[in-house]
Write a protein that binds this ligand. Structure first.
Ligand SMILES: O=C(O)[C@H](O)[C@@H](O)[C@H](O)[C@H](O)COP(=O)(O)O
Length: 268
């Protein structure tokens, strides 16, 4: 990856509670395809490194175009046995957000991830932690959100949140991440998992990790491509982030903005 000379002055925000957290780093690739390839390689390396330390790895997936393209590239890497370094039977997969639609609906982020990667690499079913679909027994997204919070707590040994090695996020043109949109009540909700209604981006009803869960991840990677995102990228990385949801996320160890040249075109 080629590195941007550095985030604009003032891009560092919110000092780490435990120390050691650095301000966001910015990496720019020439186009969306090169971005997806580079992120896929980096993700594979990060998961392998986590497995070397912990025996297992965990990744939080995102929906969206770049997020799905990354998973397709990871699948292509996994199809090259001589280069495979991740033990996919020891990877826990979570979602940063999900559309509250029936399980077979093509809008499900889960379905996209299964098609792009999970079906191909054989992550064990018990390690694929999907957010319930709207036909999975929960009438309301609030119930699905509470259930997912319970799954996270169970994985953490009874309470709190499990370790997230890498949490992937896309970003919308207005600066939303996961399903936390500007001015959405979810932005002010400190629960780890929240129901979100009336999303401007369809489908309107979703379940999303809240900031408290997102910001517990060791590394948060924002994957952003396209000129349509350039203004929000520049704003989020500006001095105060202008309150954009994307400006409010960070990893405990690293926050990485992984951009294509078009999305980076308004950075100073
Ligand atoms: O379920 C979703 O819709 C998302 O998780 C959402 O947050 C997405 O990542 C962004 O909207 C970026 O999507 P694109 O990369 O397709 O623009």
């Amino acid at each position: 990856m080629s590195s941007h000379p550095g985030p604009p002055a003032g891009a560092r925000r919110e000092p780490a509670s435990g120390g050691g957290q650095e301000g966001p780093s910015v990496v720019i690739e020439p186009d969306a395809d090169r971005l997806a390839r580079a992120v896929a390689s980096a993700l594979v390396a990060r998961l392998a490194a986590a497995q070397a330390v912990h025996g297992t790895a965990s990744v939080v997936l995102t929906g969206g175009g770049v997020g799905t393209a990354v998973l397709e590239r990871v699948a292509a890497l996994a199809a090259e046995p001589e280069r495979e370094v991740v033990d996919w039977t020891a990877v826990d997969v979570w979602w940063g957000d999900e559309r509250f639609v029936p399980a077979a609906d093509a809008e499900r982020n889960e379905l996209g991830a299964r098609r792009a990667l999970l079906d191909a690499v054989g992550v064990p079913a018990e390690r694929v932690h999907a957010v319930p679909a709207s036909d999975a027994g929960f009438a309301e997204p609030e119930q699905a959100a509470d259930w997912y919070a319970g799954q996270l707590a169970a994985a953490a040994g009874g309470s709190g949140l499990p370790r997230f090695d890498v949490l992937l996020l896309g970003m919308g043109p207005e600066g939303h991440v996961a399903s936390i949109f500007p001015d959405s009540p979810a932005a002010a909700d400190d629960r780890p998992v929240v129901a979100v209604r009336d999303c401007p981006k369809p489908p309107p009803t979703r379940v999303s990790l809240g900031f408290s869960a997102i910001n517990s991840a060791e590394e948060v990677w924002l994957l952003v491509a396209g000129e349509g995102k350039a203004e929000a990228v520049a704003t989020a990385l500006g001095p105060d982030g202008a309150g954009l949801p994307a400006a409010g996320v960070h990893g405990t160890r690293a926050t990485r903005w992984l951009l294509d040249a078009a999305a980076a075109s308004r950075l100073g």
